[in-house]
Write a protein that binds this ligand. Structure first.
Ligand SMILES: [Zn+2]
Length: 434
């Protein structure tokens, strides 16, 4: 990386190096682009005062590059496990307070609980409180990156950004667009979203992104989808929506959108699907829809806890993996019961039964895989040089069976035995936040 020399020997006498560094020692698990994991028992991560990773590898290698002293201090976590901070690719901020409200299907659940709760976000004070609580709870679970749905209110979404700007999190956020309702007109939906996009997209050194957020096809007019498609395809802006979550929703889309071969085509024909777009759920797809998704470069937010809670169905995760469709893991609160990435990973493995979904794959989707889906893969997700130093420090499980796959068994224990209880510290951009 430009500006970060590979070898720094800090000369305190001449103060020839003004930059100061921190080195964190520990047992590191690092996800790789290939989907595998590096396991470095005696490792070290060095980052500068901007919280950018300057060096990573064995302690021997890193400590040979930096001389400890006034300008280079050591945080000793050598007895602990260190992995990248988590990524949640799909959550609804205004549903923070209605997790766990029972309904056996999506459309009734939305009508019974969600729309009335989301109306409360017309109050800036309410929106402010929830934004504060949300970011605090995300940090408590080691989540450093997320793609977030706001409510329909532009002011509440502005508050989510303003509060997010005070964290070191990587956040894609969007005001929900739903012009097929009494809440907004098509023109209001577009102008308010554009204003927020111009105000916030790319702020905080690229750590804040605006994501255009048509709620899902049934709540939007064709005109709105067409206009959003024009914006996101010409501006290369981020976009997020829901796709094919329940059979009832599919029926609704068929009635509302005539002349389309299938649900996915409603989005693709209106130019909403591309790299940087995320569709959540994608459960009931035909062959044509898988092809469209793959060719578009869109990512999929897989939300197994939510899918089981609302009895929505099961996404064909293996097929997506075989087709190399980018996938990330989402809590989807409030249909998801908790922000805990450990819970999301456990639910994913339970949901898909005997399959190729290993603990390593689950952790990959909850870290680097998710970061890439949102569009933050260049700045977080693993310990590559130049990325933000976003990591969690965990107590190691006491006993790990010697079956020859230490990484798998440690990650498995954390997934199935409430890994959040092993959390000792959370660092985002090199600063301890929890
Ligand atoms: Zn959702």
């Amino acid at each position: 990386m430009a500006g970060i020399p590979s070898i720094i020997v800090i000369d305190e006498e001449s103060m020839s190096v003004k930059q100061s560094y921190l080195i964190v020692s520990g047992h590191f698990f690092n996800p790789l682009e290939s989907g595998g994991w590096d396991d470095i028992t005696q490792g070290a991560l060095c980052f500068d005062e901007e919280g950018r990773i300057a060096s990573f590898g064995t302690f021997e290698k890193v400590s040979a590059q930096y001389r400890l002293g006034k300008y280079c201090e050591l945080i000793d976590y050598s007895e602990f496990l260190i992995i990248p901070a988590f990524v949640d690719v799909h959550l609804h901020a205004p549903q923070f307070n209605c997790r766990g409200y029972y309904s056996d299907n999506l459309l009734e659940w939305l009508d019974n609980f969600i729309f009335t709760e989301e109306e409360k976000f017309a109050s800036s004070a309410y929106a402010n409180n929830i934004a504060t609580e949300l970011y605090k709870e995300m940090a408590s679970y080691g989540i450093g990156t997320a793609s977030i749905y706001g409510s329909v209110h532009p002011n509440a979404t502005d508050i989510l950004f303003a509060k997010g700007a005070k964290t070191s999190m990587k956040l894609a956020i969007g005001k929900v667009m739903m012009d097929r309702s009494e809440y907004e007109t098509t023109a209001e939906s577009l102008s308010q979203s554009l204003e927020l996009y111009q105000k916030w997209d790319g702020k905080n050194g690229g750590r804040l992104r605006y994501s255009f957020t048509p709620r899902f096809a049934p709540s939007c007019t064709e005109k709105l989808l067409e206009e959003v498609g024009k914006i996101v395809s010409t501006e290369n802006a981020l976009c997020q929506t829901h796709l094919s979550e329940t059979p009832g929703e599919l029926e609704l889309v068929k009635k509302l959108f005539l002349g389309y071969r299938n649900y996915t085509e409603v989005y693709s024909k209106n130019k909403l699907l591309k790299e940087g777009s995320i569709v959540a759920h994608s459960i009931y797809l035909d062959d044509d829809e898988y092809r469209i998704l793959k060719e578009s470069g869109s990512g999929v937010a897989h939300c197994p806890d939510s899918n089981m809670f609302l009895h929505s169905g099961k996404m064909d995760l293996n097929r997506m993996l075989v087709m190399k469709i980018p996938i990330g893991l989402g809590s989807d609160i409030g249909a998801g019961s908790t922000l805990s990435p450990f819970n999301s990973m456990k639910m994913m493995i339970y949901a898909h039964g005997k399959s190729d979904i290993t603990p390593e794959m689950a952790f990959y989707l909850a870290t680097l895989g998710g970061a890439k889906v949102i569009g933050f893969g260049d700045i977080t997700g693993n310990f590559s040089i130049g990325k933000d130093a976003d990591f969690i420090v965990m107590r190691k499980p006491n006993k790990v069976p010697a079956d020859g796959n230490y990484t798998r068994q440690v990650l498995s224990h954390l997934i199935f035995c409430n890994g959040e209880h092993h959390l000792k510290a959370v660092y985002l951009k090199g600063e301890r936040v929890n």
